[in-house]
Design a protein around this ligand. Sequence first.
Ligand SMILES: [Zn+2]
Length: 200
Amino acid sequence: MKKSTIVILVCIAIVLGMVSGIMYAIIDRNNLQEAQINEIRKLNELIEANIVKVNEIQEDVVATSGSDVKLSPNAYIIFEKHYIDCGHTIIEKRQINDDEVNKDEEYFKNAYSDWEIESFSANEVKLYKEFQGNCDEHYLITVNDENIVVYSVDEDGNKTLKEETDIPVQYLPEEDVELLKKGITAYGQNELAKKLEDFE
Ligand SMILES: [Zn+2]
């Protein structure tokens, strides 16, 4: 063979080798992509199956907490009253009335339609509502002619006499009397009782 023929053959061999290498890489990549697509497809199917399952579970929960649960005779209703102006939440609790025994969530949705039902179980219904203004737990401790008195104060500063105590002013130190004349504010029954104790 001529030298030039050998060179050409070698060149062809190299080119063929390169082309086949590239082809192989492309085919391989396609296979890889296909494998990945299959993998993703499987994953999606799995996720979808689980979402369906989760939905079923949620429906179960709603179903049991909704129509099936009925109030036991010893159940309580908890009223959470949130006052927007002062930011306080007053919690009141009472045992259910006789006519509320065995009632379900649907009944309470109608009976307390302006309240939000926070939770509902056989032993407890939790209701929530927002109110304008202050809660009714804002007090002013001050004095009248003889005794320490307590006023309730609303959000506009209007005072209503709540209680005239039997704590006399005449034996109190002058500085206490001055403080009381200016008025001492208290929030909640506990704080009120505590601050009154200081003067007893
Ligand atoms: Zn308040």
